[in-house]
Design a protein around this ligand. Sequence first.
Ligand code: GDP
Ligand code: IMO
Ligand code: MG
Length: 429
Amino acid sequence: MANVCVIGAQWGDEGKGKVVDWLASRADVVVRFQGGHNAGHTLVVGDQTYKLSLLPSGLVRGKLGIIGNGVVIDPEALLGEIDRVSAQGLTVTPATLRIAENAALILPLHPALDRAREAARGEARIGTTGRGIGPAYEDKVARRAIRVCDLAEPETLSAKLDELLLHHNTLLRGLGAEPFTKDTLLAQLQSVAPRLLPFSEPVWERLADMRRAGRRILFEGAQAVMLDVDHGTYPFVTSSNTVAATAAAGAGIGPAAIGFVLGIAKAYTTRVGAGPFPTELHDATGHLLGERGHEFGTVTGRPRRCGWFDAALVRQAVKVGGIAGLALTKLDVLDGLPELKLCTGYRIGGTVLRHVPAGKAAQAAAVPQYEAIEGWMGSTRGARSWADLPAQAIKYVRRIEELVEAPVTLLSTSPERDDTILVRDPFEG
Ligand code: GDP
Ligand code: IMO
Ligand code: MG
């Protein structure tokens, strides 16, 4: 029995939350391994809608959730989210949620720096979520981060904050933003410590035990391969690795434990924030996809940019992300469109490429090469078996499989948990 790792195969918001929630019924534990509260995962269960940013999506099924060391944690955001979902009836206690003691924290100076830098960039901004993700990862790599375990060593916090403030206040002042005082930060850390520490432990030990006992682990990725700091459309990316390989380092488990890698892709493409998007539609069809797909960012409320399915991009995500099967979501949004387009590569000057070029200028210059495919008039909305799908919708899925060189192992046909068609059980490997 394999473990499963779910990752985004485009630029995020593919429906990872829905798929993780659906798969979680057969998992014993769900593990977040990278990103932070820049993620927004929406789960629709009957008349309840859950919006999760840091909490693993399995909590909605009552499954144990683990926040791995690769995640950057904003304590206020986490505690706020716990309060919010608790008010919706979920149980989040140290019995249902464990947090890696060696995960780095996001402090108020991180979003402040994130926003000040974005403002200074002006037109050249990345369009970050403004939540301090980049600055927090920078501090982790620079070895000056405050981690969950540091809350248990209050006598060390003052010196650690001195080091952080030396760096951040210099930058903040230079950018014309308000500097922070040590007292404010210290008070915040002291106030969250008693609530956060009961969740903290060496999660690698628990995961090793569960693995030895044959428990099923479901790794829940955030963001997506094209937002990966190495493999994405740099510099318009997030600040973590989002590929499946990260699940091992970001949870504290060996790579063999990752198991089946399920890539999630929408049946079209969206992107929030700035950066290249070759198949973006600025016309009525793009508008229609946005309206029908309710394409507004969960975290920032920004309208998502919409466009045709980019098979060249997903093929690349399949290769670098180690994707063994795809879950194709939001097929229903394409219902009734007379003709669809699939991008098979890009023309840049006189050359045609089958992959996203690495350079920023080349990415911006990439002109998509399309093949057209007939749409379908019937409805796929809510379909729960292949037999419910119009023949042309099946042809569309089959063509995607050929172009991206991976099988579609799961189809999603509405936001609802059970409107899902299983082709191959990823837990069977
Ligand atoms: P994530 O970040 O990858 O978890 O995706 P988000 O939750 O940010 O965005 C996906 C949105 O699409 C959510 O509002 C989901 O409820 C919704 N969704 C997921 N699957 C489907 C589907 O098959 N059809 C439709 N119409 N909506 C879906
Ligand atoms: P989920 O998990 C879509 C984008 C931001 C911005 C870039 C960098 O819901 O799929 P950051 O705040 O991470 O430094 O912003 O990455 N971004 C996302 N886009 N879905 C997400 O997460 C995202 N997380 C970050 O919009 O372009
Ligand atoms: Mg999202």
